[in-house]
Write a protein that binds this ligand. Structure first.
Ligand SMILES: Nc1ncnc2c1ncn2[C@@H]1O[C@H](COP(=O)(O)OP(=O)(O)OP(=O)(O)O)[C@@H](O)[C@H]1O
Length: 577
């Protein structure tokens, strides 16, 4: 229990002093919680001795009021120190996690891990945020309360103190068992929750397909299975833990009975006065309040601990650029030197070597699955190559931090992702410090200004998730404006052809032309026009380069490119008659 509290203190870093100060203050609070016992003893004493005068009652009342005020004062200081701290702490942990995720290889973001990351951010951290400080405060004040009670009883009746200590020992053993079981079950439950999150993400992502194929059958879908499994796990966890929790509580019932019997026996044996005996009887239930509070915190702390374990497990994943340096490049030639790469076990790129000269257009062509996107992903270091090296301006990109590398690269994908934010902010993502005027200027160049101005709220229009409220061509142009604003010297571009009508295609082409001027452009080419204009064309097949040259050179020699060219030319000459 204390180790979870300790973990939260460690996580709080520089702010940890606030928790430590609150611990010290809770000792004082504990003293003022226990102090009324002495006052009540005094009250019982004067009643038994028939000295309960009005003046004595007023005296007791005033002292009690002061004790309550002191207790409230310490509680106020504790709350002030701890208040809002969990939110500050976990807000910075979220930012840390975000920074960390940026530096993980894309391979980490498999469906399973996405479920895990989502439930860590949305459930585990939120849980720790809501309960973390409360749990730390309760655990600490419970231990302080237990220690004060045992010490106090040592002065009044050592036998009662002994019973309290024995109950503390045996209940701690039960609590330890409970904690162990609870930790194991919490992990199972949270893993089940991560699976459920993954199934929900999958379901929501595939909702279009599910609807269009009308396959909403009951009982056999992944999501239903995930709900059923999670329900079964939760019920099992509840059942498994309730037995142990009950036995923990039985010790206190036994403890209360033993304390009452001991107090009465000690009074009869004249070991203690009547006033002490009455006081012990009055407070026999109260003595175990701190123990019970610890028990009720146990499950909460275990859930929190399992959550923090999962958070730590993500933080422990090695960053792709752990040894990287922030290097400023002054030349943007890209060289692949005997590069081989596999996503999992299967090789996708086989011993590939080529050069992409700076400020030139290099087009990658090849059949679907030949490895074109993989080449661009490797340049941006979404994954690291397993063999060989990729250098930019003579620097191996593995020596660079991801940030210093990506500063030089803009990427425009076919599937544009827009954030659920205004158009202005979506474009500003390319360069966060850009002014509105600069954004408007690039939007004009990227041919988006007109359609943005036609929207009811112009640049302040909020884009639906993934930009669902905009057409494919409009989203592409926003992505181009974003890349243009970034003004990086290297552009990796996956040309959009599908779903774009000829008018839009023309506009997008103009936007792209404005984007790529004077840049090192690597283009996954689908259109004849771009292929023909490229300074260099790299033809790929099954992860190998089979041809390389410019258009003129390649159509003069037999090979896949010529075949590809002939097929494309034929396709573009087709007419609907
Ligand atoms: N994230 C991934 N995990 C595992 N395998 C992948 C992943 N991405 C691509 N692949 C595999 O790597 C190979 C090359 O894929 P890549 O996307 O680079 O080809 P491509 O030429 O760009 O194809 P397309 O033109 O269809 O986009 C394919 O066999 C593909 O199935």
């Amino acid at each position: 229990m204390l180790n979870v509290a300790n973990r939260i203190i460690k996580m709080s870093g520089k702010e940890g002093w606030r928790i430590k100060a609150a611990i010290v203050l809770s000792v004082f609070e504990g003293i003022f919680i226990a102090a009324p016992l002495g006052l009540i003893y005094y009250g019982i004493l004067i009643i038994l001795e028939s000295n309960a005068t009005p003046a004595a009652s007023v005296r007791i009342g005033i002292i009690m009021l002061m004790l309550v005020l002191f207790r409230a004062f310490f509680k106020f200081l504790i709350d002030k120190l701890q208040g809002g701290m969990a939110y500050e702490l976990f807000a910075s942990e979220r930012l840390k996690l975000g920074e960390h995720l940026k530096r993980l290889p894309m391979g980490y973001f498999s469906e399973g891990n996405i479920g895990n990351i989502t439930s860590v951010i949305t459930t585990d951290i939120v849980f720790a945020e809501q309960w973390g400080m409360h749990a730390v405060a309760t655990v600490i004040s419970s231990y302080v309360g237990i220690a004060i009670n045992i010490l106090l009883m040592l002065f009044i009746d050592w036998r009662v103190s002994l019973i309290l200590t024995l109950i503390l020992i045996v209940s701690s053993i039960t609590l330890k068992q409970f904690n162990r079981a609870s930790k194991k079950e919490s992990k199972i439950r949270q893993d089940g929750f991560a699976q459920l999150t993954k199934a929900i993400i999958e379901y929501v992502k595939g909702i279009g397909v599910i609807k269009s194929f009308n396959v909403q059958r009951e009982g056999d879908s992944d999501i239903n299975h995930a709900f059923d499994t999670f329900k079964a796990i939760s019920i099992r966890v509840e059942k498994g833990l309730s037995g142990l929790y009950r036995s923990y509580m039985y010790w206190f019932a036994l403890g209360v009975a033993c304390i009452i019997a001991t107090a009465v026996y000690d009074y009869n044996a004249e070991h203690i006065q009547l006033a002490w005996c009455i006081l012990i009887l009055l407070f026999s239930m109260q003595f175990f309040a701190s123990f019970k509070a610890l028990g009720s915190m146990a499950t909460l702390l275990r859930v929190m601990e399992a959550g923090l374990d999962r958070y730590d497990a993500i933080i422990a994943v090695e960053e792709i650029d752990a040894d990287g340096k922030a290097i400023v490049l002054d030349n943007f030639d890209i060289v692949f030197d005997h590069v081989s790469f596999a996503y999992d076990q299967t090789d996708v790129i086989h011993d590939v070597s080529f050069e992409i000269p700076a400020r030139c257009m290099t087009a990658l062509v090849g059949k679907s699955g030949s490895g074109k996107s993989t080449i661009t992903n490797l340049i941006a270091r979404f994954w690291d190559v397993q063999q060989g090296a990729i250098t930019i301006g003579g620097v191996n990109i593995k020596e660079m931090t991801v940030e210093s590398l990506l500063e030089n690269i803009s990427m425009v994908f076919q599937n544009v992702y827009l954030f659920n934010d205004s158009i202005l902010e979506n474009v500003r993502f390319g360069r966060p410090e850009a002014t509105k005027d600069e954004i408007i200027e690039v939007c004009k160049k990227a041919r988006c200004h007109e359609f943005i101005m036609a929207l009811e709220n112009g640049y302040d229009t909020i884009v639906n998730e993934s930009g669902a409220s905009l057409s494919g061509g409009e989203k592409q142009r926003i992505a181009i404006a974003r890349a243009m604003l970034k003004d990086a010297p290297i552009i990796l571009l996956d040309e959009a052809t599908a779903n774009i009508d000829p008018d839009n295609e023309q506009i997008i082409q103009e936007a792209i032309n404005a984007l790529v001027q004077n840049k090192t452009l690597v283009l996954i080419a689908h259109k004849l026009s771009t292929i023909r204009n490229a300074d260099q064309i790299i033809v790929m097949e099954e992860g190998r380069i089979i041809q390389q040259g410019n258009h003129k050179q390649l159509i003069e020699s037999d090979g896949l490119y010529l075949e590809f060219w002939k097929r494309r030319t034929k396709a573009t000459s087709w007419k609907i008659s």
